[in-house]
Design a protein around this ligand. Sequence first.
Ligand SMILES: *[C@@H]1O[C@H](CO)[C@@H](O)[C@H](O)[C@H]1NC(C)=O
Ligand SMILES: *[C@@H]1O[C@H](CO)[C@@H](O)[C@H](O)[C@H]1NC(C)=O
Length: 358
Amino acid sequence: MALPSIYSFLVFVSFLVSVSHSIPFIVIHGIGDQCSNRGVNKFTQQLSSFSGAEGYCVEIGNGSWDSWFLPLKKQTEIVCEKVKQMKELKQGYNIVGLSQGNLIGRGVVEFCEGGPPVKNLISLGGPHAGTASVPLCGSGIFCVLADQLIKGEVYSSYIQEHLAPSGYLKLPNAIPDYLDKCRFLPDLNNEIPAKRNSTYKERFSSLQNLVLIMFEHDSVLIPKETSWFGYYPDGYFNPVLPPQSTQLYIEDWIGLRTLDEAGKVHFISVPGKHLGISESDMKKHIVPYLKDQTSLEDSINKARFRIQGVNQKVIQSNRMEVEPSSSPLLDGSLSYSWPAPFNTFIGDLIGINEEKST
Ligand SMILES: *[C@@H]1O[C@H](CO)[C@@H](O)[C@H](O)[C@H]1NC(C)=O
Ligand SMILES: *[C@@H]1O[C@H](CO)[C@@H](O)[C@H](O)[C@H]1NC(C)=O
């Protein structure tokens, strides 16, 4: 008598398993970018069609502008609120971060109180250990002055409150100032001995996978190894320490070492400029972590998703014919050119404007 009911229970369970599919992922874009831009939009769609997982680009405020001028703590709070409200993410989700978006993504993992669980964090060109240079402006006198100004004032509260990248600009020759006044990265990396928070470490080390993708020809992040948590020693601009030789790793401030020793950190190097990832590298290094990692019972679903993927691909290639473009999918250098309002912002600070100076 009991047998049939056990049997039907098993059937029911395996039914549940077979309809469950890949958990969703979110994409957090980089500075100067926004979800409605062709590059990020297409990137999200492609990942979704290659993996069979639902993907959402999560916008912060009005996009491009706010990515420059809202402090990263604020940007992280916004994403934290959004992911809490997205019912789709309740059972857990993956984060794909682009450049600056990785620090926000990691902020969500470490700081977001009561958010849905993050399983895999896939980072493309993330300034995880900081960056020693202001995002590119150019070489005109205006840019040289602006660069000097930002370097001189980057840890002032005014810049910290008004310029997102100041939250992760880590000048090796100004470490005491950085630790004292930089308002984002020192917390995120648990760098300040008196403020180290074991909760951040616990949350970060509970990731299932951390995929760190570095671009071999990245000239936006200085040094490019920051994508792997490698950085300069305090006080010096060389050599670049590999991640395993940094204090953050050795003393395991955030659990990077714990994750690595458990085989959960994947250090990947791909050819290309900042964010210039190829479709085949997307398939090789990102898609496997977005795919359902459960079981054989899912093969039917996978087949269904594959068909769906093919359809989407056809639609996409149609659209691309309509809108031919030879520019790379995600052009980091483009994203990093200074927007006009930013030039005005800097111009006001130094009391000149670009028209006069060039
Ligand atoms: C974006 O929002 C900010 C306030 O967060 C506002 O100052 C700015 O003008 C807006 N920019 C655009 C292009 O809408
Ligand atoms: C660590 O962070 C958690 C979560 O944000 C917070 O509740 C806790 O008070 C912090 N602990 C310390 C010692 O600052």
